[in-house]
Design a protein around this ligand. Structure first.
Ligand code: B12
Ligand code: SF4
Ligand code: SF4
Length: 322
């Protein structure tokens, strides 16, 4: 039997529908609170806006993003036919950046263990189990680092919409969640894509952004605090440096999500899955590490390890010595 897209399915293979239902239930059991399936055809509706975004130079500080690859999941992996997309909640009601006396703000996504290390093995184990069920099946695990439009795939898979802050909002589940993608070489019936975005006339995120990085459904990385505290050691322009000092976001930034009405009663991360939090979040600014060895020790197995100690020191200086 040959399914659409030229993928060969041996006659002895079981029915794709129960297989899809099984994949979904296993992904839910692995900690994803929402799971959906989409096809892997190139993104067409998104093409013009994506290309304009790059032509305007918005990708300059993120040189790993390439419009041609982003627009076609099969440019990343030619065998891709189905994307299983999962939303993995990470918010914790008790994790409120800046709430401890004298502390700086570290984004919620950094309060637990490194999410790459948490999500990738779960999806890899799911793939392994799926291969036992469906011989010959191939797959690729993508969490954050692959050139793939994960939020657009999530919309296609019916998980939610991209809010005006550009993040995926899983309806009443909110936006405090990581996305994990398992690309599969097998064509499975896709879920219904999410319909119209539900931001309505709200503009809370645009107004809350400390550095004016947002216009509706569009982010300018050269103004986003996360770019300068996590992604690049480039010097922020003076007005962005001033916003950084004023807002005290020392690693990442949650300002646009904190004000979102869809985050009023969100899906919370499961403490059993989402580990203990580092002491960095509640230390007062004066007690934060400045030395390389201490930084390495305190950031071990956390996503903050991706920030080099000299970058961290530069951010601290921008906030505390300004
Ligand atoms: C690069 C990147 C960043 C960059 C750029 C962010 C961005 N919005 O693109 C920076 C460093 C700033 C960043 C910050 C953050 N990130 Co980030 N990031 C990524 C990454 C690796 C790629 C994103 C990408 O491809 N951007 C390219 C641009 C072009 O994509 P886009 O904005 O969606 O493009 C559309 C719009 O621009 C629109 N458009 C363009 N022009 C116009 C004009 C009009 C009029 C309209 C209507 C639309 C429009 O059309 C484009 C095509 O659809 C993804 C992982 C992945 N592989 O997907 C994680 C990812 C998006 N990040 C994530 C997170 C958690 C964050 C932070 C919250 C971390 C933090 N707390 O500090 C912040 C949030 C900032 C924000 N408001 O988005 C999560 C988001 C989870 C979720 N619920 O959505 C992801 C999915 C990682 C993951 N696997 O979990 N990130
Ligand atoms: S993460 Fe912060 S700086 Fe970046 S767009 Fe959101 S509010 Fe603005
Ligand atoms: S704050 Fe308002 S405009 Fe921004 S993403 Fe949430 S609902 Fe949409």
């Amino acid at each position: 039997m040959v399914l659409g897209g030229g993928v060969h399915v041996p006659a002895e293979h079981p029915d794709p529908l129960p297989f899809k239902a099984w994949l979904r239930s296993e992904a839910l059991a692995a900690g994803f609170a929402r799971v959906g399936f989409s096809g892997c055809d190139p993104f067409q509706a998104e093409e013009d806006q994506l290309r304009t975004w790059f032509q305007e130079g918005r990708g300059t500080l993120l040189p790993y993003l390439d419009p041609a690859t982003l627009l076609d999941p099969r440019a990343l992996w030619p065998q891709a036919r189905t994307a299983l997309v999962g939303f993995f909640p990470y918010g914790r009601p008790e994790a409120v950046p800046g709430s401890a006396p004298g502390s700086l703000k570290l984004s919620r996504y950094l309060w637990g263990p490194d999410y790459h290390m948490l999500l990738k093995p779960r999806l890899a184990r799911l793939l392994e189990a799926a291969q036992a069920w469906w011989p010959g099946l191939e797959g690729r695990v993508c969490v954050d680092t692959a050139p793939l439009l994960e939020r657009q795939l999530a919309v296609r898979a019916g998980l939610g919409w991209q809010g005006k802050h550009t993040l995926l909002i899983a309806g009443k589940g909110g936006s405090w969640g990581f996305l994990g993608v398992l690309l599969l070489s097998l064509e499975l019936p896709p879920d219904k894509p999410f319909g119209t975005q539900q931001c309505g006339t709200c503009t809370a995120c645009l107004e809350a952004c400390p550095s004016g990085a947002l216009t509706p459904f569009r982010l300018d990385p050269s103004r986003c605090l996360t770019t300068y505290t996590i992604e690049t050691e480039a010097e922020p322009p003076p007005e962005v440096a001033a916003a950084l000092a004023e807002s005290r976001w020392a690693a990442g930034c949650d300002a646009c999500q904190e004000v979102c009405p869809w985050n009023r009663a969100p899906l919370w991360g499961d403490p059993a899955l989402w580990g203990g939090s580092s002491p960095l979040h509640t230390r007062s600014a004066e007690d934060l590490p400045r030395g390389a060895a201490q930084w390495r020790k305190l950031t071990r197995r956390t996503a903050l390890r991706r920030v080099r100690d000299r970058h961290w020191r530069a951010t601290l200086a921008r906030i505390l010595d300004s």
